[in-house]
Write a protein of this length. Structure first.
Length: 302
């Protein structure tokens, strides 16, 4: 963020939007700016604000505040690119300048559905704030088309869900059945029809599949309940059988876990195309599936 500029050691070489000639001046300007913008949020989204991090709250949670500050930073950058000199204005006047662009964010927050609110509240990890920031930026862009921060168009493209169906077709109809069929067939060939499950599948996986079958009251065979993560354990236990065909190209000299690390990434994408209402598959993730299928099918079929 560019609120306070860039430093080399103790020396300021690029002033920030809130930088003044003295530290005290910078502090006072910053207090006025942030007080004004968050008072506006409190005033126009009282229910959200007063809920804090409790039920129904979001904007006053750490992730909401962080995303708001990043959004305000990008709004100031947009205004500066369009001729605003932040050093000509006090903190409260700068808050007035960004207020029209803050309104769409407040409107977005006030109109979140229960499911939408739950989704944002459940975000965590290093990329969580970025995801909320994009939602805020999109809300502003929807009203002010010229406001178009770097990366927003790509996010809009990926968040449209346009890669969900293609990923589902490739993952669900090709990669998933291929993995299941190839691994089970190879184990049957290696250990025989009677012994492949007991000798080729780790006991932990056998137990997990058995419990799933019992919980569902199913008469299906236990091997029907193998999961993507199960395959990784099976591959490692039968490395001489699966190590070479299941190794990602370029990682032949790596440790086992890295050689089959693609399974974890594939599983995370599978979660998305299986439940697109939660999160969309990105273009990069779809490209990964295409690349995966490109080497996996011929390697596994050799």
């Amino acid at each position: 963020m560019n609120y306070f500029g860039k430093f080399k050691g103790d020396r300021l070489f690029v002033p920030g939007y809130l930088t003044e000639e003295s530290h005290q001046g910078t502090l006072e300007k910053s207090i006025k700016f942030f007080n004004s913008v968050f008072q506006m949020i409190e005033r126009e989204a009282p229910k959200q604000w007063n809920a804090g991090n409790g039920e129904g709250g979001f904007i006053a949670m750490n992730i909401g505040v962080s995303a708001t500050m990043k959004a305000l930073d990008s709004i100031l950058e947009y205004l500066v690119c369009n001729g605003l000199n932040p050093h000509d204005h006090s903190g409260d006047v700068l808050a007035e300048k960004v207020a029209p662009y803050l309104e769409p964010i407040i409107h977005f927050v006030n109109n979140l559905s229960p499911d939408g609110l739950k989704k944002l509240r459940s975000l965590f990890g290093s990329g969580a704030t970025e995801k909320v920031l994009r939602e805020f930026q999109f809300a502003v862009h929807d009203q002010f088309e010229d406001y178009d921060p770097d990366g927003l168009q790509q996010w809009i493209k990926e968040s449209s869900g346009q890669f969900n169906d293609k990923s589902y077709d490739l993952g669900y109809h090709k990669i998933e059945p291929f993995l299941h069929g190839y691994i089970c067939s190879a184990l049957r060939k290696e250990f025989g029809e009677k012994n492949w499950w007991a000798q080729g599948v780790p006991k932990k996986i056998q137990k997990e599949c058995s419990l799933l079958r019992i919980d569902q009251g199913s008469s299906e065979p236990e091997w029907r309940y193998l999961t993507t993560i199960s395959y990784g354990e099976i591959i490692k236990q039968n490395w001489m059988l699966f190590g070479e065909p299941m190794t990602e190209p370029g990682k032949e000299s790596a440790a086992k876990d890295k050689r089959i690390g693609w399974l974890n990434k594939f599983n995370s994408i599978r979660q998305k195309y299986s439940h697109p209402q939660r999160e969309s598959v990105s273009e990069e993730e779809y490209d990964f599936l295409v690349e995966l299928w490109g080497w996996l099918e011929p390697n596994g079929g050799e």
